[in-house]
Design a protein around this ligand. Structure first.
Ligand SMILES: Cc1cc2nc3c(=O)[nH]c(=O)nc-3n(C[C@H](O)[C@H](O)[C@H](O)COP(=O)(O)O)c2cc1C
Length: 169
């Protein structure tokens, strides 16, 4: 396949084990930049981010999820929030968050990193906000764990395309 965007979409798989090398701030900022170029309703850009490389903070966040091992193994995290002060429509703002997160997963792939979207941690949203010392106008959307992928996994499959197309006219 020739197209780099399609290549990244098809090659990307969730990565849950990482080599210990650190992730540069430059790469993290590039990934977030890709995130903020996602579409949002009324172009309200409701997303906000906390970038984490600090080991002590990662340990505190790891304790908030059953995916503790993944969070501890990842040398960097991007914690994604929506800012309620600029949200205008719950459904559409959450859709925008999803677009933003997917852009970041693809950008991670593009810079040679592996990543996984962690949602299970949302059940401890209050604790996550407390650890990061954030205002409760910020609504937790996901934690993205990132790092250099170890050469394993990437085995998630998809059902055939025809299973999903309801009708063609
Ligand atoms: C909303 C959402 C929440 C997710 N939460 C978790 C999670 O808490 N832990 C985890 O290991 N993977 C999580 N994932 C990743 C999915 O398990 C993964 O995307 C799916 O199995 C398909 O695999 P792939 O990403 O390799 O194609 C989440 C994905 C989404 C979109």
């Amino acid at each position: 396949m020739q197209n780099p965007v399609l290549e990244a979409i098809y090659r990307r798989r969730s990565v849950r084990s990482f080599r210990p090398e650190e992730v540069s701030w430059e790469d993290l900022r590039e990934i977030v930049r890709a995130g903020i170029w996602a579409p949002s309703g009324l172009n309200n850009q409701p997303w906000r981010f906390v970038l984490v490389r600090d080991r002590a903070i990662r340990e505190l966040l790891a304790a908030q999820t059953i995916y503790k091992k993944v969070v501890l193994a990842a040398p960097a995290l991007i914690v994604v929030f929506l800012d309620r002060d600029v949200m205008y429509n719950d459904l559409k703002d959450h859709q925008a968050a999803g677009a933003c997160i997917q852009n970041m997963l693809l950008a991670a792939e593009a810079v040679g990193l592996g990543a996984v979207w962690l949602g299970q941690i949302l059940k401890n949203e209050g604790e996550v906000r407390r650890i990061l010392a954030l205002d409760d106008k910020l609504s937790l959307m996901a934690v993205i764990a990132l790092g250099c992928p170890t050469p394993t996994e990437r085995q998630a499959k998809r059902r055939p395309l025809e299973d999903f197309i309801l009708k063609t006219f």
